[in-house]
Ligand binder design. Sequence first.
Ligand code: PRP
Length: 175
Amino acid sequence: MDEKLVPLISQSEIATAVQRLARELDRDYQNSFPIVIGVLKGSFIFLADLIRQMQTPICNVELIRLSSYGCSTTSSGEVKMVMGLAEGIINNKNVILVEDIVDTGLSTSKAIEILKTHNPSSLKLCALLDKPSRRKVQVEIDYLGIEIPDRFIIGYGIDMNEKYRQLPAIYAIEE
Ligand code: PRP
């Protein structure tokens, strides 16, 4: 049966949040050539929009992949690393980790834990969405776009069973 998609965050609200985040990053990273690291798959659209709004030159874009949700709509709590970083690539670099959403925090805290073992000179988190009501582990979001309620959301890179990533706005699902 088809799900009902309820509009939650419009394209223009997303664009406003992305522009604000890019300005905050420009303010803090001018002349420091950060590396931007996106967490696949969900962050790929946010990452692409964010870096195109940034004026600050970035020295590299990297992508890592962690998997936790599988085909379920709730987190299994198991976080696995599926794709990582080449050795030495963020050594002594300023790293901006880019997430689409921080939900339980399990994926992001795992990503941060892994990145710290690669010896970055600094490591900050930029997340488009925050769902604090679901947090299981504490995660400090240095650059936050929009706080959202405890709804299952899709669109703008975020999926349900791999569907809906292509939608340009964000919707809540009602099954
Ligand atoms: C989603 C999302 C975040 C993570 C947040 O990824 O993209 O990375 O979950 O959830 P958490 O805070 O509860 O860990 P997911 O594991 O669904 O993979 P995907 O991005 O490839 O869809």
